[in-house]
Unconditional design. Structure first.
Length: 348
């Protein structure tokens, strides 16, 4: 075997083993990843407050604000999906009838629908899947309790750990860790800010469109578009699919439903492919293939939460690679670091 291939093979094997560990120990690593993401977002506020207030008081304020944000967000999500879910349940007979009409139309045109497919994939199944998703969301309370504990303890450790790193590892390793952490935290804050702005814009445009078209539950569709837009690729697709099904039931017209689907996808395309990249700039630029792969990889490993956290994890990995001379080529291959990359950690 070529000696040059040994490090490559070892790297591939190590990556596979690491991902396997993430998969089988998801109940351990997923809350930690979520907590690190929140700590990166909340640390600047904690740092400013504890410079003027006692550390524990500053921590109490920050944790309270985090809890308020989550409560408001969860309430908005529950309101939007709850209203749509109840409406879908009420519309089940009509949706089932439309589905059977479509199946009969396909049969008359020589397109046979398999019996098993026709028996199991119906609108009752779709409604049941939506209800099952709601149940799974309700079971995540314990997950967020663990995350909150990690955040509480982690905010207390950020400063001491940063001071201990130079005395534990070599100067080069300390530089990579400190600069990588600073850059990653700054990029994650920018990522969340841009994602939030784009989600608000998407939700507002969906609301205006639904209102102008006369589609019922316009506010609810806007809220759903806002919340699902935080999950790249998959979220926007679901946010366009649900109103399309509802439009089919309300207007009882395939062309109206296709018009709704096309317009909602146009909104998602303009914001996601034109506006957001220009706001993000080079600092958050990732290969589109890598971003899509990250979403599906981490969704496979950690489910719905993995689809949300996949892109931030990839941003962190690419940013840390940019700080190491031996791995800098990887960051240039997979992303587009800004001009000041790996120069001045105090600039964060």
């Amino acid at each position: 075997m070529n000696a040059r291939m040994v490090p490559v093979l070892l790297g591939i094997i190590s990556t596979i083993l690491l991902l396997a560990g993430f998969y089988f120990a998801d109940e351990i690593f997923a809350p930690v990843a979520c907590a690190l993401f929140i700590i990166a977002i909340a640390w600047p506020l904690q740092e400013r407050l504890q410079a003027r207030l006692p550390q524990l008081l500053a921590l109490a304020i920050v944790v309270t604000l985090i809890m308020l944000v989550f409560i408001v967000f969860a309430s908005v999500v529950a309101w939007g999906f709850g209203r749509v879910g109840r409406s879908l349940i009420a519309e089940t007979p009509r949706l089932q009838g439309l589905y059977e009409q479509a199946t009969a139309w396909l049969e008359t045109h020589g397109i046979a629908v398999a019996g098993l497919w026709a028996e199991h994939f119906n609108m009752r199944w779709v409604v049941g899947a939506v209800q099952g998703l709601s149940v799974r969301l309700n079971t995540m309370i314990s997950f967020w309790i663990v995350v909150l504990i990690y955040v509480l303890l982690g905010l207390l450790e950020v400063g001491p750990v940063a001071r201990r790193i130079p005395g534990i590892v070599s100067s080069e390793a300390a530089r990579v860790l400190i600069m990588g952490s600073n850059r990653t935290a700054a990029k994650l804050r920018r990522y969340l800010m841009i994602r939030t702005i784009m989600s608000i814009a998407t939700g507002a445009m969906v609301y205006v469109f639904a209102l102008a078209l006369g589609l019922q539950l316009a506010a609810e569709w806007g809220v759903i578009a806002f919340t699902l837009n935080f999950i790249p690729f998959i979220g926007p697709f679901i946010a366009t699919l649900l109103p399309t099904f509802y439009a089919l039931a309300q207007f009882e017209s395939l062309y109206s439903a296709l018009f709704v689907f096309a317009c909602l996808n146009l909104i998602q395309f303009v914001i996601g492919s034109y506006v957001e990249p220009r706001m993000a700039g080079k600092a958050l630029a990732l290969s589109p293939f890598l971003a899509l792969f990250s979403v599906f990889l981490w969704m496979f490993l950690w489910g719905l939460f993995g689809a949300f956290i996949g892109v931030p994890i990839t941003i962190a990995a690419v940013t840390f690679c940019a700080q190491s001379p031996s791995a800098e080529w990887l960051s240039h291959l997979l992303g587009a670091p800004d001009d000041g990359e790996a120069k001045d950690p105090s600039a964060v």
